[in-house]
Design a protein around this ligand. Structure first.
Ligand code: ZN
Length: 297
């Protein structure tokens, strides 16, 4: 059913989930999902037969499948609220005066938040619609990291790639391309949904149908993401967990056993949210996993 693991080479997969997964936008489903866990590195993988062809990354239909709409405005509406989370994960890494690349930057929400700090920015995004907008806004841009690395090898101080690695066919190859783009000593910050999200533990019968989705091939926990970065030649500095949702989201899930979109509940305020986030981030149960690694000198 599964080939040798693209990360560790192991062939011993066990099926950990079969059934309904998310198909695209909110509420859309695909019934025949199947997820395996690698016995070697622990990464989880969606059966390729259930996955969306990676050649579709450049298409606007792919963005539609992500539920993100087809305009830069729709992208910003989705992505802008997540940038505090990304900035929190970067802190205290300073971007001031650095050459920065964002791989899979979409329409450039994160780049807009930091463009006054970096000396130079390289925007990497396969969707032509977004590249047109990035170019009009003055960003140097490429479709793929391999294109940028061919044009400007070993030129970047800091590379970020937020919520991208879970989509690609070959995650080690994806990171190797970024490795070639970085200067020796340059750093990468990788973000991906955390397989150890507390809702996977609290709601093992309901949450997986929401967590697993057709557009995500890979489901990483800290150990498997670390190994993936090491296979690509990086030295891992730090893993960090950041939780985007507030306490009301988890309580709504526990009450309703389905996604409701609720971000607020009576009696749950910002103090409750901050305590809840601090607990999940300290115990590795937050919704987003960040890994910071370095291309060795
Ligand atoms: Zn593996």
């Amino acid at each position: 059913m599964f080939d040798a693991c693209e990360i560790c080479g192991d062939t011993g997969w066990s099926v950990v989930y079969e059934g309904r997964i998310r198909a695209g936008g909110f509420g859309q489903t695909y019934e025949a999902g199947r997820v395996g866990r690698c016995g070697g590195c622990g990464v989880e993988r969606l059966d390729e037969a259930c996955s969306i062809d990676s050649a579709a990354y450049e298409s606007e239909a792919y963005r539609a499948a992500l539920g993100q709409g087809l305009s830069t405005e729709a992208f910003f509406a989705h992505a802008d609220p997540t940038q505090l989370q990304n900035l929190t994960a970067l802190w205290p890494l300073s971007l001031r005066g650095k050459i920065l690349a964002d791989i899979g930057c979409g329409a450039g929400s994160f780049l807009d938040h930091v463009s006054g700090l970096a000396a130079e920015i390289i925007a990497i995004e396969p969707t032509p619609l977004y590249r047109d907008s990035l170019g009009q806004r003055g960003y140097a841009h490429f479709a793929y990291a391999s294109d940028a690395a061919a044009a400007r090898p070993a030129s970047v101080d800091i590379a970020v790639t937020f919520q991208v690695i879970e989509h690609v066919s070959d995650p080690v190859g994806f990171l190797r391309d970024i490795h070639a783009l970085l200067k020796p000593g340059g750093e990468i910050v990788i973000a991906t949904p955390n397989r150890a999200d507390i809702l996977m533990t609290l709601l093992p019968d309901e949450f997986p149908a929401f967590y697993y989705r057709q557009v995500h091939r890979w489901y990483f926990a800290a150990d498997s993401l670390r190994l993936c970065a090491e296979k690509a030649g990086f030295t891992v500095n730090e893993e960090r967990f950041v939780h985007g949702f507030g306490m009301a989201n988890a309580l709504s899930w526990l009450r309703d056993r389905k996604p409701t979109g609720h971000r607020t509940l009576p009696g749950i305020d910002r103090t409750a949210d901050s305590q809840w986030r601090a607990y999940l981030e300290a115990t590795g149960q937050a919704d987003t996993l960040y890994l910071r690694a370095r291309r060795p000198l």
